[in-house]
Design a protein around this ligand. Structure first.
Ligand SMILES: C[S@@+](CC[C@H](N)C(=O)[O-])C[C@H]1O[C@@H](n2cnc3c(N)ncnc32)[C@H](O)[C@@H]1O
Length: 244
C-alpha cells in the first residue's frame, strides 16, 4: 500500500517535470510506454541492453544492470526525487570511447560519478589508474548495491579504495585537484543547471583542470548557458570545460 502510494506521488510529480522539460507530445509518448504500449525501437533497445548488461556483469560477478524506475524505490535522500531519472548502467564501449578521446593524464585526476547508481561507471573507472574515484547516489539501496559490487570486484583484483557517498548530487563538495565529473543522464534540466553551476563555482574558487562528461546530454544547453565550452564530444556524449 505504502509502495503504491509512493509510486503514485512520484509519477504525479514527474508528469509536471516531463511536461515542462519536453512538452505534451513527449509526455503522451511516455504515458503510452508506462502503459505497456512500447514501440519496436524500445523493445529492441531493451533486448540489446539485457545482453550487454549480462556480458559486463559476467566479468566480475556483479549486478549493475537493468532499468530501475525511481517510482519503484521507497527511500530517496534529499528533496530532488522528482527530478531524478531511472537507473540505467553506462555502456562500457561508450565509456572507453570517452576516456580515449579525452586523453587525460588520469593519474592526476579524481573521477566523480554524480548519480552513480549500482556502480557500473565506478567499476569502469576503476580499471584505469585515476588518482581517486568517488560516486554519489541519492537512492540508499542503489548506493548499497554499488558498494557491494565494488567489494565483489575488489575481491577479483579491482582497486579497493573507491568511495560511494549516499546523498544528493547538488550537495556534493568537489575535491581539490584535477577533476573529471561524470554524468550519465541522471537528472532533469533544473538539477543539471544546479550541478553545472556548482562545478563552475568550485573551479572559480580553485582554478584547476576540470572536465564534465555528460553522457546522453539531453540538457547540454544548461552548460552552454552558464559559459561552459565543449572540449570534445563523441557519439552520445559531450565533455565540457570551464575555459574556452
Ligand atoms: C542513468 S543512472 C546512471 C548510473 C551510473 N552513473 C552509471 O553510469 O552506470 C542515474 C542515477 O542517478 C541517480 N540520481 C538521480 N538524481 C540524483 C540526485 N539528485 N543525486 C544523486 N543521485 C541521483 C539515480 O538514482 C540513478 O541511479
Amino acid at each position: 500500500m505504502f509502495r503504491r502510494l509512493h509510486a503514485l506521488q512520484y509519477n504525479i510529480k514527474r508528469v509536471t517535470v516531463v511536461y515542462a522539460d519536453f512538452g505534451a507530445a513527449e509526455l503522451f509518448r511516455r504515458i503510452l510506454r508506462r502503459a505497456g504500449i512500447r514501440d519496436r525501437e524500445l523493445s529492441a533497445w531493451r533486448k540489446e541492453k539485457q545482453r550487454s548488461d549480462a556480458e559486463f556483469d559476467a566479468r566480475y560477478g556483479t549486478d549493475t544492470g537493468g532499468v530501475q524506475s525511481l517510482a519503484d524505490v521507497t527511500e530517496i535522500v534529499g528533496d530532488n526525487a522528482r527530478h531524478g531519472l531511472a537507473h540505467i548502467a553506462s555502456d562500457p564501449d561508450q565509456f572507453s570511447d570517452m576516456l580515449g578521446r579525452l586523453a587525460l593524464h588520469v593519474a592526476d585526476y579524481t573521477f566523480v560519478d554524480l548519480g552513480c547508481g549500482k556502480g557500473r561507471a565506478l567499476l569502469l573507472a576503476g580499471e584505469v589508474p585515476f588518482r581517486s574515484i568517488m560516486g554519489v547516489e541519492f537512492v540508499p539501496a542503489f548506493a548499497d548495491a554499488a558498494r557491494k559490487n565494488l567489494a565483489i570486484a575488489a575481491a577479483k583484483g579491482l582497486r579497493s579504495d573507491i568511495e560511494v557517498v549516499t546523498g544528493d548530487a547538488t550537495q556534493f563538495d568537489f575535491p581539490s585537484g584535477p577533476l573529471l565529473v561524470y554524468l550519465f543522464n541522471p537528472f532533469d534540466s533544473s538539477i543539471i543547471r544546479l550541478v553545472a553551476h556548482n562545478v563552475m563555482e568550485s573551479w572559480r574558487a580553485d582554478p584547476r583542470p576540470v572536465f564534465v562528461v555528460y553522457s546522453n546530454p539531453i540538457h547540454k544547453d544548461e552548460f552552454l548557458a552558464l559559459g561552459w565550452s565543449v572540449s570534445v564530444s563523441g557519439p552520445g556524449w559531450t565533455a565540457f570545460t570551464p575555459i574556452s
